[in-house]
Design a protein around this ligand. Structure first.
Ligand SMILES: Nc1ncnc2c1ncn2[C@@H]1O[C@H](COP(=O)(O)OP(=O)(O)OP(=O)(O)O)[C@@H](O)[C@H]1O
Length: 276
């Protein structure tokens, strides 16, 4: 799915109209099948931008277009169909605590099921192998029938990502998918997300706090600062000086230096096991 923002402004979803716009006059184009990371300091407008791209938040100015069409001009049925073709994975996945993991993961496919099948799935999981396969990709298949409130924060985050992968959407929007993951799990999670979007030719847009991971895994990186595009470049062209400028007031949030160009887009090094 192709996305375009034209001079787009929007307030934070929780803003009651008193504050300033969280993104202002923002223009960008993301082609169908592209994989884009959005980085920037806290409060830069990353979450607000994702909400606009998810048709969850109406811009206060300018335009957002999906395959050339503004969702806010569509009739209710067409807007619902458009929303069903995309998936927004929030930073903290909304998983009901007493639900089984299998049901939570299969919920990713609910928008594409008919009403009867989706209701049935809430009581009796309709496609357990699909849930198992998605969880296996995140090394979590042993938790298939576990209750969500018995999972650690990192496990919950990976269940949320398994749900996103299972949704098989044309557009996957992910808000900070790595916050509760250790470095190894974080690399695994990004690898799975990027691979599954590539396989299905889905567009992937993810906000990331971990700058080094954004540069290493994503071909294109957008730096947001104060609600505006500070840079929008291939990862290999982003310099240390650009990152320092992006995080000027928040250098503590800049995790690690920019990697050497040779590191960028390389697959993570395999883990070598030595028997003694
Ligand atoms: N609850 C709120 N009510 C009103 N305005 C808010 C609220 N939360 C954030 N904002 C405003 O929206 C701006 C953008 O916030 P947003 O959450 O989109 O940024 P972000 O880059 O995702 O931040 P973070 O990395 O901390 O999640 C903030 O700078 C702030 O001015």
């Amino acid at each position: 799915m192709k996305l375009e923002l034209k001079q787009c402004s929007a307030r934070h979803p929780a803003d009651n109209g008193q504050g300033r716009a969280a993104i202002t006059s923002l223009s960008l184009c993301i082609e169908s099948g592209e994989q884009v990371a959005i980085i920037g300091p806290s409060g830069a407008g990353k979450t607000t931008l994702l909400q606009v791209l998810a048709c969850a938040l109406r811009p206060s100015g300018g335009e957002v277009l999906f395959n050339g069409v503004s969702p806010w001009t569509l009739r209710k049925g067409a807007l619902t169909r458009l929303r069903q073709s995309l998936f927004l994975a929030p930073q903290v996945p909304p998983l009901p605590p007493r639900q089984r993991v299998v049901t939570s993961v299969l919920a990713g496919a609910l928008p594409k099921m008919g009403l009867f099948r989706s209701l049935r799935s809430l009581f009796y999981p309709v496609d357990i192998p699909a849930a198992d396969e998605a969880l296996t990709r995140f090394d979590l298949s042993e938790k298939l029938f576990e209750r969500v409130d018995r999972l650690s924060g990192g496990e919950r985050q990976r269940v949320g990502l398994a749900r996103a992968v299972l949704a098989k959407s044309e557009l996957l929007l992910v808000d900070e998918p790595l916050s509760a993951l250790d470095p190894t799990r974080a690399e695994q999670a990004l690898t799975v997300l990027l691979d599954s979007c590539k396989t299905s030719d889905a567009t992937l847009v993810s906000t990331l706090h971990h700058v080094e991971m954004a540069l290493r895994f994503f071909p294109r990186v957008i730096g947001l600062r104060d609600g505006e595009v500070y840079f929008d470049l291939p990862a290999a062209d982003i310099t240390e000086a650009m990152l320092q400028g992006l995080y000027e007031q928040h250098l503590d949030e800049l995790t690690g230096p920019a990697p050497e160009p040779a590191q960028i887009l390389e697959k993570p090094a395999p883990v070598v096991m030595t028997c003694r």
